[in-house]
Design a protein around this ligand. Structure first.
Ligand code: CO
Length: 172
């Protein structure tokens, strides 16, 4: 089922998400719905809180290049109760977010991330990454803590963003 994605400055997005304890049918439906919603919106990642569910659940799907179906379901990483174990180095990447539609800006992140998580059956996994997944997991993890990428901007850039955002939304 498709869900509506909450958009900044919706206060629900500031909520801290709670750990998942039951790996049941309800969780599986949530994961399937999140995948559907993310792909419909052409997103590469989605946190449950973005559809109003305060649970530590993320889906990430990095599009394949030159494929007809660029985001097949089997390529989705379902991340439940993630822990960032180790973060190293620095990198900058132009980020966007389905909760801040149409806005893209460079954000500084760690280059390498080692993280642990559970899958939809509660099985624990550990992954080390230094490519786009490293950026995505840091961005999505922030959602679980109630943070958006615009909070990482410099004061100047943030002010500019707020001005543009107000202007754009008053036109509607
Ligand atoms: Co986001």
């Amino acid at each position: 089922m498709l869900h509506e994605v909450l958009v900044y400055p919706n206060k629900i997005l500031k909520q801290k998400s709670l750990p998942v304890e039951k790996f049941d049918e309800e969780l599986h439906t949530l994961l399937d719905d999140m995948y559907e919603t993310m792909v419909a919106k052409n997103g590469v990642g989605l946190a449950a809180i973005q559809i109003g569910v305060p649970k530590r659940v993320l889906v990430i799907n990095i599009p394949l290049q030159e494929e007809e179906e660029a985001q097949p379901k089997e390529n989705t990483i379902e991340v439940i109760n993630p822990e960032l174990i180790e973060c190293n180095g620095k990198t900058k990447y132009q980020e966007g977010c389905l909760s801040v539609p149409g806005y893209y800006e460079d954000v500084e992140r760690h280059k390498e991330v080692k993280f642990a998580y559970q899958d939809r059956n509660g099985v624990r996994h550990e992954t080390e990454t230094d490519d786009f997944l490293a950026i995505a997991i840091q961005h999505e993890y922030d959602h679980l803590e109630g943070k958006l990428f615009i909070e990482k901007l410099s004061i100047l850039k943030r002010k500019k963003f707020e001005k543009e955002w107000k202007k754009r939304n008053s036109k509607k």
